[in-house]
Design a protein around this ligand. Structure first.
Ligand SMILES: Nc1nc2c(c(=O)[nH]1)N[C@H]1C(S)=C(S)[C@@H](COP(=O)(O)OP(=O)(O)OC[C@H]3O[C@@H](n4cnc5c(=O)[nH]c(N)nc54)[C@H](O)[C@@H]3O)O[C@H]1N2
Ligand SMILES: Nc1nc2c(c(=O)[nH]1)N[C@H]1C(S)=C(S)[C@@H](COP(=O)(O)OP(=O)(O)OC[C@H]3O[C@@H](n4cnc5c(=O)[nH]c(N)nc54)[C@H](O)[C@@H]3O)O[C@H]1N2
Ligand SMILES: [Mo]
Length: 767
């Protein structure tokens, strides 16, 4: 019996008994209760496997259960006993499968054999591995490498990723977009300009020394739940947490550790945020402007009165560039504009500034609420401006912490998965593998989508992920996918991108990270890098889902061998597949400073940190200093209009029971949404203004002037605690609403957190 949708206020803490119940229920649903619980004991342990869910840091001295509810769900999903066998496809044509929901597709379980699309029957049919490699290789050799895209989703190990980028470059292209292009690319563009590194500067140890955390645009209780443990410890020693989020996310309000029996029994929840500011969507640049202005004004007053300085003047003088221009811009900023743009009052922002000023070590953490905006790069740079004012970088407890997404997305960049050749030691690769690497800039995710749309891409290879679903503008792109000459998907589960296939299409199923990976040289270990630039070994424990699966390194090597010619360069792919430690040696030779003694250090408890110059106050920027960036103006979205009286800002976010496009269940417990994802959460005053009633079915349409109609029908409206003018719904269901051109300037991250939309009751056709 299907359960009815239900929306209600969820007033329990994040974690707690709700979490424990959810873990038990997913293990049962995937039919792995006993085996699954045994496997969970190895999750995030020094001799175990790195969780396949988020990229949060793994401590050296883990808890007995070093996993969260959502990590457990991700594990259960991977070790599920359900299978998608060749018989499955005999029963279902692709046309029939297209009518299934994403949830239904992926919940069929693990793919078991390599398959090739057969147009005559509209089915995937089994094909031997070598034949698949040979056919793909022959086709790739016939294409212009500049028209082929090598996407990576962020989960594959450092070893696979290094091999994958090398294969693409030896083939002749830098078209290596990854999920980072949809995620933290705004960070990767912003931070090198301000502090000279592309990643966060803090480690787990820092959390013990921070006395104030500033938290922007991240739903921690859902998307990095293990981070609530160090935050809870920080709260217990009275550290402050100042949060900016349009909605009151449960995990940032209160948390009960589901793994602390005392807390489970009492239940003794911890209040997480000490200040909670419900900023308007896209209002962060204005909010941080207000905080910086308050700090600079207070410092001006202190100087006049001969009182102690509010800013870290010594740090600013010695380590930074551009302070005077920045400070003048902040002094000139107008409180009225700041209040309108941010939706927050001057006194609220001054209260945040006061907490900042009285703290010796401030850490800023942030997620997609900052990066997925037209001005995402500037928003990240405003956060570093705020850090620099107090010298809050490069000292214990202080620094910037972009909370990364996929479990190895940061690491993939570290070992060369990027469309930007300037970030890769190409000369080194040329020398090591005797080939001439391409030097031109490759395609980002948005460029790849444009190429698919415009017919300038011939082939798409996906190393994991669900590209066609995760990217914007489905209405425009979906028909285009089917015209591509070739699609190759390396995957664990069936998803929508496998149905939106090219004229020739291959489905190559791989081992997941939790599974034992046995090669000629014995059981293999792989490595991943977490959000704190810490590298960990990961060893699989579960039996492979099928005897026909190959590991990701074996698939990449198989494709490379079948595609590359002797003129392409020289790599002993077979030796690498037999023994991944040889790949790690190659990574170390390519990046000697970052990966010193890689094979020795990868297994030490807690992993090892890559050295980061900014953390030592060495600034690898053009000025040789940390740079203040003066914002040109505080207006959020110059190209699309949010002006219309009926226009709302829509943010598309994850619910509590999904990993990106993988939906585990229809509940979003912490937001009180049950048995449905077809909702639009709105401010009650907007509902009244627009004449909408609770649970009314609506059409949401994008406001744009490019002549394309973008809409999603059938969402149900519900009143929610969200600022007026703002609305929330789910990703990926609302991706058809995001125009491809609506992306972060320079970083090209689709701006899924501020889409201008109108909302109309479905029964009525005109407004
Ligand atoms: N369980 C689970 N874990 C995951 C994932 C998952 O899907 N499931 N995905 C992984 C990946 S790839 C990523 S990138 C991360 C994503 O983790 P998050 O960064 O938390 O991503 P979202 O779910 O999109 O949530 C965005 C948050 O930003 C807030 N927000 C939206 N717009 C604004 C704004 O303009 N300003 C501010 N201040 N806040 C705003 C939203 O209310 C929400 O709390 O999580 C990773 N971890
Ligand atoms: N509107 C909107 N759009 C967004 C976002 C948003 O917040 N709003 N977030 C963006 C972000 S931050 C991201 S990171 C992207 C995510 O985009 P992707 O990384 O492309 O998508 P996922 O949903 O993580 O991919 C899930 C698929 O990966 C495959 N898979 C799982 N495990 C493995 C494995 O071990 N190996 C291999 N080879 N395959 C595996 C499975 O087949 C599964 O179906 O989406 C982006 N899109
Ligand atoms: Mo992400």
């Amino acid at each position: 019996m299907s359960k009815l949708p239900r929306i209600e206020k969820y007033s329990h803490p994040a974690g707690g008994w709700g979490s424990a119940k959810a873990v038990a229920s997913i293990l049962l649903k995937e039919h792995v209760a006993v085996n699954g619980s045994r496997i969970l004991m190895h999750q995030n342990k020094p001799d175990g496997f790195a969780c396949v869910s988020c990229s949060w840091a793994k401590p050296a001295d883990p808890h007995l259960f070093e996993f969260c509810e959502n990590g457990a769900k991700a594990t259960a999903w991977e070790v599920t006993s359900k299978r998608v066998t060749p018989e499955f496809f005999q029963h279902h044509t692709l046309a029939a499968l297209e009518a299934w929901t994403d949830f239904e597709l992926e919940s069929q379980g693990r793919l078991t054999e390599p398959m090739r699309y057969d147009a005559a029957t509209d089915r995937y049919l089994p094909i031997p591995w070598q034949q698949a490699f040979d056919e793909i290789g022959a086709q790739l050799r016939g294409f212009d490498p500049k028209r082929v895209v090598f996407y990576a989703s962020g989960r594959a190990s450092l070893e696979t990723s290094y091999m994958y980028q090398l294969f693409a470059r030896m083939y002749g292209t830098n078209n290596l977009p990854d999920s980072s292009n949809m995620c933290h690319e705004s960070t990767s563009v912003a931070l090198p300009e301000t502090i000279g590194v592309p990643v966060g500067t803090v480690t787990l140890d820092d959390f013990q020394h921070t006395d104030c955390f500033f938290f922007f645009g991240h739903n921690t209780g859902t998307n990095a739940p293990r981070m609530l443990h160090p935050l809870q410890e920080a709260r217990q020693r009275h550290a402050r947490i100042v949060t900016f989020n349009p909605i009151k996310e449960r995990g940032l309000v209160s948390f009960a550790n589901p793994q602390s029996p005392g807390q489970m029994l009492t239940p003794d929840e911890t209040c997480i945020s000490t200040q909670y500011h419900q900023v308007k969507i896209g209002g962060d640049i204005a909010a941080v402007t207000g905080i910086c202005k308050a700090l600079i004004d207070a410092d001006d007053r202190a100087q006049k009165e001969g009182a102690p300085r509010v800013l870290d003047a010594a740090f600013i003088a010695e380590h930074t560039h551009g302070f005077d221009t920045f400070a003048d811009a902040m002094r000139a900023a107008n409180w009225r504009d700041i209040e309108v743009e941010s939706g927050l009052t001057r006194s609220a922002l001054e209260a945040a500034a006061t907490d900042y000023a009285k703290s010796k070590a401030v850490m800023i953490l942030y997620g997609m609420g900052i990066t997925q905006h037209r001005e995402g790069v500037l928003a990240v740079q405003m956060l570093t401006n705020l850090m620099l004012l107090g010298g809050n970088i490069g000292k214990p407890g202080a620094g910037i912490c972009p909370i990364r997404g996929h479990s190895n997305v940061q690491g993939q960049r570290t070992v060369g998965i990027t469309e930007k050749p300037s970030l890769v030691p190409l000369d080194k690769l040329a020398e090591m593998y005797r080939f001439n690497p391409p030097r031109d800039v490759g395609m980002t995710t948005v460029d790849a989508c444009e190429g698919v749309r415009d017919g300038t891409v011939d082939a798409f290879i996906g190393l994991g992920g669900n590209f066609a679903r995760a990217t914007p503008d489905h209405g425009v792109l979906e028909p285009a996918w089917k015209k591509l000459p070739l699609t190759v998907q390396i995957a664990t589960h069936l998803n929508r991108s496998h149905l939106l296939h090219g004229r020739a299409a291959y489905l190559l199923p791989c081992l997941g990270r939790i599974e034992v990976d046995r090669q000629a040289g014995g059981a293999q270990i792989v490595t991943v890098e977490d959000s704190t630039a810490c590298i960990h070994a990961s060893r699989g424990f579960a039996a492979p889902a099928s005897e026909h699966l190959l590991s990701e390194p074996a698939i990449v090597a198989g494709l490379a061998k079948a595609t590359l010619t002797p003129q392409s360069g020289s790599v002993d792919w077979d030796a690498w597949v037999g023994d991944y430690s040889l790949v790690r040696d190659a990574i170390e030779r390519t990046y000697p400073d970052q990966f010193k003694d890689f094979n020795q250090r990868m297994s030490q408890p807690g992993g090892f940190h890559r050295p980061l110059a900014a953390a030592k106050r060495e600034w690898k920027t053009k000025t040789g200093k940390a740079n203040f960036i003066t914002p040109p103006d505080a207006s959020e979205d110059p190209d699309m209009s949010f002006e219309g009286e009926r226009t709302l800002r829509l943010m598309t976010t994850r619910g509590d029971s999904q990993f990106n496009t993988t939906v585990y269940s229809l509940d979003d417990r912490f937001r009180g949404v049950f048995n449905t994802r077809q909702v639009l959460l709105m401010n009650r005053a907007d509902m009244t203004r627009l004449g909408l009633t609770e649970d009314e079915a609506v059409t949401v349409a994008t406001v744009s002037n490019d002549g394309v109609e973008r809409k999603v029908d059938g969402l149900r409206v519900h009143a929610f605690d969200i600022p007026a003018g703002c609305a929330m719904s789910y990703y990926p269901e609302c991706n058809p609403l995001i125009p491809l051109a609506h992306h972060a300037k320079r970083a090209k991250v689709p701006a899924g957190k501020a889409v201008p939309v109108t909302v109309r009751a479905m029964a009525r056709s005109s407004s």
